[in-house]
Design a protein around this ligand. Structure first.
Ligand code: TYM
Length: 335
């Protein structure tokens, strides 16, 4: 029997409330968050502070924040088991981020591929927040003595930096932060764009056909999969150079639990048309109940409020303790 007295490890992860939550976010992160809820003490944050590193429309952002929280709940996360909150509701995130900025090097931040990509995309708004983004992310994680951080492949570099920052600080001031481990799923950590399968699927992609969103209508999902870019071999098999098919097999496998060999056997002698329709169908079936639940939850603002208020309260309690310890180590006079 499980020893309930034993302390569980702490797990933290976050998702930006920008654009629409995609199949990539779902398979690379959110779905695994649900699976980890029983094993770890989990904190999941809608990271609205991170969101303003690119320009946001205030009304749209407010809506997106609530919709993202509703989607996390609709995907099965439980506010009884996990702490769900908006990052801006726990001021310690911004405070610790400032401190960590002073222990993060210009050179390190310059090497971040996400910074390079985003500054190319938003050349008219390469702001200091975009540059310092990984220090805020490190603060998110380090505030809670986090041991495990479940993310997709694209966040691995940021996580390595968070580990370096923690080790650097500990090296100067003695044991302060827990050094976190990444948790990257074996399948689904890098879902590719349906239109350009060598690129990652991204919610900020201007090409609507490149991603499938959790809130897309079934017809749109089916259409996007039917249009997905593949190759001319017309054989469903996982192989180098078949990025489009590999991606579709990954999606199909992640949802059905089937291995690549099983998928190859299932579609032996059948064309891509059949396969794409099958992938579309499993995604539609996976998303339908989530979409329905999301719509219900969005109509229940009082419930959402109770979730995020309670979440922020619990998170603040933990965050305050870490920040106090950090301030003491730094030599600040106690309040
Ligand atoms: P964000 O909002 O871009 O994405 C949320 C999660 O989804 C994963 N993901 C993917 N996984 C597989 N395939 C894809 N195509 C794909 N696209 C996105 C991401 O890896 C992520 O796990 N900086 C983070 C949010 C964040 C955070 C944190 C995460 C802020 N603070 C602290 C962990 C810990 C981000 O922008 O994720």
């Amino acid at each position: 029997m499980e020893n309930t007295a034993e302390k569980k490890k702490i797990l933290f992860s976050g998702i930006q409330p920008t654009g629409r939550i995609t199949l990539g976010n779902y398979l690379g992160a959110v779905r695994n968050w649900r699976l980890l809820e029983d094993t770890y003490d989990c904190l999941y944050s809608v990271v609205d502070l991170h969101a303003i590193t690119v320009r946001q429309d205030p009304a749209a952002l407010r809506k997106q924040c609530l919709s993202t929280l509703a989607l996390l709940l609709a995907s099965g996360l439980s506010p009884e088991k996990s702490i769900l909150f908006f990052q801006s509701h726990v001021a310690e995130h911004a405070e610790l981020a400032w401190v960590l900025n002073c222990y993060t090097m210009f050179g390190e931040l310059s090497r971040m591929t996400q910074f390079k990509d985003k500054s190319a995309k938003h050349a008219d708004n390469i702001n200091a927040g975009l540059f310092a983004y990984p220090a805020l992310m490190a603060a998110d994680i380090l505030l809670y003595k986090t041991e495990m951080v479940p993310v997709g492949q694209d966040q691995k570099q940021h996580l390595e930096l968070a580990r370096n920052i923690a080790e650097r600080f500990n090296g100067i001031y003695g044991d302060t932060f827990v050094v976190p481990e990444p948790y990257i799923p074996k399948v689904g950590a890098k879902i590719a764009s349906l239109a350009e399968p060598t690129k990652k699927m991204s919610k900020s992609d201007p090409n609507e056909n490149s991603f499938v969103a959790l809130l897309d209508k079934p017809d749109d999902i089916m259409r996007k999969f039917k249009r997905a870019v593949t190759d001319s071999e017309a054989v469903v098999r996982y192989a180098e150079g078949k990025d489009g098919i590999n991606n579709l097999m990954t999606i199909y496998g992640s949802i059905t639990g089937k291995s690549f060999e099983e998928i190859e056997r299932e579609f032996d002698g059948r064309g891509y048309g059949d396969f794409k329709a099958a992938v579309g169908e499993v995604v539609v079936n996976e998303f339908a109940p989530i979409r329905e639940k999301h719509d219900q939850l969005l109509n229940d603002k009082a419930y959402l409020e109770s979730v995020y208020k309670q979440g922020a309260e619990k998170a603040s309690y933990m965050a305050r303790k870490t920040l106090a310890k950090v301030y003491k180590k730094l030599g600040y006079v106690a309040k």
